[in-house]
Structures are given as C-alpha cells and as structure tokens.
Design a protein around this ligand. Structure first.
Ligand code: PRT
Ligand code: ZN
Length: 294
C-alpha cells in the first residue's frame, strides 16, 4: 500500500452512496466511477475510494485497511457496541443520511407506555443498540435478529414489534405500524481509526476536513442582495440572519437608497424576505454560494 495516499471507504450502492460522492466532488476530489468498480483512484489528489457495503465500513477502518470512511451513526454505534475495543473517531457529522432508529408497534397496540414491550418479541437489524436501550429502560424483551424487511415481521407473526430506521415514516404507515419511541437519531459521519497518520496523510486529512467545513458552510449560507432606503438601513440589516458585516454601496442616481450585499450564514426563508420587504427593501435577490474559505 502506498503510505502517502489515504483510502476512504464509502457505500457502494444505497442511500449514502450519492451524497458521499457529491460531498467528495464538492471538496474538489476528481474521480471517475464505473458501475461495478470496487475502488477508484482520484485523478488530482492522493486519495483512493473503496466501494463497499455500509456494514463493512467500520471493520475496514478498525482493521486499518482504510484510513477513513463515511457511514451512518446507526451502523457505527452498533459496531462499537459489538466491538468495544475498536477505537473509531467521528471526525465530522456530514448533514446527510438523517434518520432515526425507532421502536414501532402495530397500529392497534393499545398501550403507549414503554413497559408494554415487556416480554414481547422485537425484530431488528440493530440488536446491540436495541438491547442497550431496553437495558437502560429496564425492559425485558426477546430480540429477533433480522437482516432486512424488518417491517413485515409483525404481519408474519415473527415478532410483536420492530426496531428499525425511519425517515419519512411512509414504510411504517404502509405496514400498519406506528412509532412508539425513538432509540437514536442518526446521520452520516466521516470516521477514522485512532492510528497515527504520517505527515503526508495528515496533510491530506487536514485538507479534506477544511474543504468539508467549507462545503458545509457554503451549503448553509446564502448571498443576499437588495436595495434599501438609507434611513432604515440599520433596521433592515438587523433582519438578516447571521450576516455580520453587510457591504453597503451607493446606487447610481439615487440619494435616498443604497445597495446592500451580505452573506447570511443561516437559511434565508421566505418569512425573512417578506420582513425585509415590509421594512422597505426592494429588488431582493438570494443566491447560492458555491465555496467558502475563511
Ligand atoms: O447494501 P448496504 O448494506 O450497503 O445497504 P443497506 O441496505 O444496509 O443500507 P441503505 O442504503 O438502506 O441505508 C444506508 C444508510 O442510510 C443507513 O445505515 C442509514 O444510516 C441511512 N438511512 C437514512 C436510512 C434511511 N434513511 C432509511 N429510511 N437507511 C434505511 N432506511 C430504510 C429503513 O430501514 C426502512 O426500510 O428506509 C425505510 C424507512 O424509510 P421511510 O422514509 O419510509 O421512513
Ligand atoms: Zn447495510
């Protein structure tokens, strides 16, 4: 293995694949991926990508096959509970792959209390996380381990309840199930093992983290431009979410209004724009920001 490169394990196919590749591309890492590739080399940075099942990512990193990986908190925490000596570090929450691990019960479950789960069978692909939750809440239940299609377990009478990932809730609804309690919230994480990187690898790691920060900041920020009456500039600028120092420019041919340009570091919602307009702003433009570096 070339010691001056770093390897990042990402999901080959599934919910995290596209967002992981998009994030790396936004960080300026150039690569060409063919449909059945198991790995690919970046064309412009000493970074290799490995395409694997998401469940294998923590192991690949713990075993030092890859230095980094992108995986959901749910898979990571289940792995950590099963491998308490493996030390993996969360470097960065990535703002995608959001979901929650929840216990769900059939719609006709009459009791909303947690202790209604006592002595019941709960099907899940996350037995360690579920067991930890049950222990914390003093519930004794029978965990049925399933690797997929957990939501149909109650209909097949394999289980009374399930513990599975939920994002929109549509799957639960389609299977006549409802959420009883949230076990954990999850999102994609950039992770690394605790082994020391050599200087070249550390430099690539720093560059990657700096660029991910830049991409996240740019995603959260908007460039906003408008015209504002000179006598209400302060009031109007105070309405801008998270904008520190707006640029105020004269408008050719006007004495009583100015052009304001600002970076709003929080989302700019319609309500904000409506408030700006009410306060006298006009010609309001909101634009996405592609990259940001402090
Ligand atoms: O083949 P491989 O093992 O790599 O893929 P996989 O089938 O195990 O994983 P995949 O692609 O389904 O999910 C990868 C990761 O995406 C998960 O580990 C989570 O971190 C994250 N994620 C985010 C989700 C969901 N949202 C999600 N909704 N993973 C799964 N689901 C499933 C859930 O299991 C249920 O079947 O979607 C259904 C519920 O969705 P809603 O929208 O109907 O509530
Ligand atoms: Zn998986």
């Amino acid at each position: 293995m070339n010691q001056d490169r770093i390897r990042i394990a990402i999901q080959k196919k599934g919910r995290l694949n596209n967002d992981s590749l998009t994030l790396l591309r936004c960080c300026g890492i150039k690569f060409r991926v063919q449909a059945n590739d198991l790995y690919c080399f970046s064309e412009n940075l000493p970074i290799d990508l490995l395409f694997v099942r998401d469940d294998d990512i923590p192991t690949l990193i713990a075993d030092d096959i890859c230095e980094f990986g992108i995986v959901g908190d749910n898979v990571l925490q289940e792995f950590e509970l099963n491998n308490p000596t493996a030390k993996l570090t969360r470097l960065k929450a990535l703002d995608f792959g959001q979901c929650r691990l929840s216990i769900a019960v059939p719609n006709n479950w009459s009791n909303n209390k947690l202790n209604s789960l006592n002595n019941k069978r709960i099907a899940t692909s996350y037995p360690a996380l579920l067991q930890q939750f049950l222990n914390k809440n003093n519930i004794e239940a029978n965990i049925i381990r399933l690797s997929g299609s957990v939501e149909i377990a109650p209909q097949l009478d394999i289980a009374d309840a399930i513990c599975d990932l939920v994002s929109t809730g549509k799957t639960l609804e389609e299977n006549n199930l409802r959420e009883l309690v949230v076990v954990m919230q999850s999102q994609a994480q950039l992770i690394k093992n605790n082994k020391n990187l050599n200087q070249t690898q550390q430099d690539i790691c720093d560059l990657l983290l700096r660029r991910i920060n830049g991409v996240q900041k740019a995603n959260e920020s908007k460039y906003i431009m408008f015209h504002a009456p000179t006598n209400s500039l302060t009031e109007i600028c105070n309405l801008l979410p998270g904008a520190e120092t707006p640029t105020i420019l004269p408008l050719e041919g006007y004495q009583d209004k100015m052009a304001v340009h600002a970076v709003a570091s929080e989302g700019v919602f319609w309500v904000t724009l409506e408030k700006l307009k009410q306060a006298g702003a006009s010609s309001i433009l909101v634009m996405p920001i592609e990259k940001m570096l402090d």
